[in-house]
Ligand binder design. Sequence first.
Ligand SMILES: *[C@@H]1O[C@H](CO)[C@@H](O)[C@H](O)[C@H]1NC(C)=O
Ligand SMILES: *[C@@H]1O[C@H](CO)[C@@H](O)[C@H](O)[C@H]1NC(C)=O
Ligand SMILES: *[C@@H]1O[C@H](CO)[C@@H](O)[C@H](O)[C@H]1NC(C)=O
Ligand SMILES: *[C@@H]1O[C@H](CO)[C@@H](O)[C@H](O)[C@H]1NC(C)=O
Length: 424
Amino acid sequence: MRSLLPILFLYIVFASTAYAIQLPFGLTPKQGDDDLVSSPSSARYPSGFTLRQVFHHGTDEFPKLHRRLEVPAEFHLVAQDQSSTFQLSSVSHKATRMSDRHPDTIETYLEKVRTREIVAQDFDWVHEIIPTPNITDRDTLVTLAKMTADAYVGLPDNSNWLDVGVPYNRSSDFGWDATGLRGHVFADQTNKTVVMAIKGTSAALFDSDGDTAPSDKVNDNLLFSCCCSRVSYMWKTVCDCYDSTYTCKQDCVEDAMYAEDMYYRAALDMYRNTSSLYPQATIWLTGHSLGGAIAALLGRTYAIPTVTFEAPPEKLAAKRLHLPFPPIPEEENMIWHIGNTADPIYMGICNGPSSICWMGGYAMETQCHSSLECVYDTVTDKKWRVSSTNHRIRNVVEMIASYNNTPTCVANEECQDCFDWAYI
Ligand SMILES: *[C@@H]1O[C@H](CO)[C@@H](O)[C@H](O)[C@H]1NC(C)=O
Ligand SMILES: *[C@@H]1O[C@H](CO)[C@@H](O)[C@H](O)[C@H]1NC(C)=O
Ligand SMILES: *[C@@H]1O[C@H](CO)[C@@H](O)[C@H](O)[C@H]1NC(C)=O
Ligand SMILES: *[C@@H]1O[C@H](CO)[C@@H](O)[C@H](O)[C@H]1NC(C)=O
């Protein structure tokens, strides 16, 4: 029997692992904070979240480009007048994560596992009580979905961008914002909780009527296909790992995942910069579609609470990147994949010759999300027909708002990706 993927992780839980209990929000009562401590969790952010920074990381054309825009305070005030600050409710959640989550440690781990210096990593897991978004709160989901949409971006003048990676060569900057990954960083008034919403700069997969950028397609075809988008002999592949009929070279597909121009790589840099701007903060991630899948991969890398919307199934990518899968019951995971049954991309059924994905050259073959799926059954409840229209973030914001309750989140442990492929 051939196995789907080699199991390269060896989890050893140290029974004596330090049991570090962290107060929700790390709240140390100080002047002005007292009212926050005694109020219920759902009211912990009296002033809501405002947009503070925007990161832009280049991908295919400018993989070293990394810039930050400081959003001026006047902008927050304007936003507040239009009542577009973002309200979120949080709950305490039991988390199991690596004791050392410093970016240097994590990136060293990723590098060693990639170069096969190590094939297994015994993480020192710690158990902590941390705040996560309240997934059972409809308005919190609506708010997070809105943060991933770009309705709020009436961003100030572009000239204020600062280079945070290598200096950017202005003379070649034509069209620099056509591709890349953006992280919109929101913080509450005290800077204790920060939300980073991740999105591709071109319209995320099928989210607009326009075309998606070529780099989005390359990323999609690498992350969500069984073997470099080698769907049939007529398909152009994104990496050269196909061996023979339904046989694929495992090391080869794994290496392709770390290419410098990949969105995952860019997301790691954005996280490093965000966490250094807010070293004391609890960070949450969110994102829609490809941005959601990247948020989930980043969230798993660092064990960060993550809420995605209509993200294509990313478990295969997480396994190929050898990201940490803590030994916990599935329901303790902190990655929630929100979606609806009428969205073929989220459901992992946008494949086969008659699908819009196939016709567009997208090899969306995976079917399994890592962690939890929270599915709105719009096909049954609203008689929606399966269509990529139901993937769009604006429709999704309305859809979530139209329900009184939020769906139950479950792990689909039976799910298997690419079962007809052999990996050698
Ligand atoms: C989470 O949201 C639900 C639904 O709005 C609410 O009933 C519950 O009290 C919230 N939990 C906390 C801890 O605020
Ligand atoms: C900047 O870009 C221009 C045009 O692409 C090129 O001629 C020049 O050598 C570049 N300068 C540096 C320092 O890379
Ligand atoms: C929060 O962070 C911003 C930078 O985004 C800083 O200007 C501000 O002073 C901080 N506020 C508090 C209360 O720490
Ligand atoms: C921000 O990201 C760049 C890579 O794009 C990295 O070189 C730099 O060290 C990061 N800055 C901080 C403060 O983490």
